[in-house]
Write a protein that binds this ligand. Structure first.
Ligand SMILES: [Fe+2]
Length: 241
């Protein structure tokens, strides 16, 4: 079930989303040297914010059972430097189209696991379909993982930048061990690098970007510790209810 958040977007609705992208651009400008990918993302943002036409046929919506997660995720942005993004995201919340990845990025039978299936949501702002700015070769959006979720090991041809707005959350990059990253961390996944993510008591809310090969599918890479991690996360969840 989806909650439709009003009529198709108007120009003024879009200006709220465009302002969000401008705030992200301002945040990223001093970060060029902190991670590969930032310069490319900034170049694309500059281009769209300067030259692109707005797409006006967007119908804002959020899956009904994810409304609380969305609010919880925005509230979980507590880092001081990220407050301008958090405040604008509060404004933009009902102007965006929020979707669950249910085979959008993976083959339908891919073994992504129940915790990911029921715990993910995203809103794409720049990309090939249903975005404020259309781009056939670049994606940028917001990605949410519910608390105590394992996003199993996977890879994709598209190189990927994550700007984490909440934290800490755990990441591992094959063949390395789990490592925690705080809000404000930038993570670059080069083409084909296997990576996994797990969340703790806070949801993960991040800005993601795919800088090329954006139509490539994701592949799940089997690991033998998934069920143990997912059991542990389920226990943590029940302890905190
Ligand atoms: Fe990824």
């Amino acid at each position: 079930m989806t909650h439709h958040l009003g009529q198709a977007s108007s120009m003024s609705d879009h200006s709220i989303t465009v302002d969000l992208l401008r705030i992200v651009q301002t945040y990223l400008k001093p970060c060029r040297s902190r991670s590969p990918g930032v310069a490319e993302v900034l170049e694309k943002l500059d281009f769209h914010l300067t030259y692109s036409q707005l797409e006006l046929d967007i119908k804002p919506s959020v899956p009904i059972d994810k409304e609380a997660l969305l609010d919880q995720s925005i509230t979980a942005i507590t880092d001081k430097a990220l407050q301008p993004i958090a405040k604008q995201l509060e404004q933009a919340r009902n102007k965006l189209t929020w979707r669950i990845d249910n085979g959008l990025f993976y083959a339908e039978q891919a073994n992504v696991g129940e915790s990911y299936r029921s715990g993910n949501m995203h809103s794409e702002l720049i990309g090939p379909e249903g975005c404020v700015f259309r781009d056939e070769s670049f994606r940028l959006g917001l990605f949410i993982l519910a608390p105590t979720t394992l996003y199993r090991d996977h890879n994709h041809t598209a190189p990927e930048l994550y700007i984490n707005l909440t934290g800490p959350c755990g990441w591992r990059f094959s063949p390395k061990d789990w490592q925690d990253f705080n809000a404000g961390s930038l993570l670059w996944n080069p083409s084909g690098l296997t990576h996994a993510t797990r969340t703790y008591q806070q949801p993960m809310l991040s800005i993601y970007s795919w800088t090329k090969d954006i139509k490539s599918q994701c592949s799940v890479i089997p690991m033998d510790d998934w069920s143990g991690i997912e059991r542990q996360l389920t226990n943590e969840k029940s302890q905190n209810l």
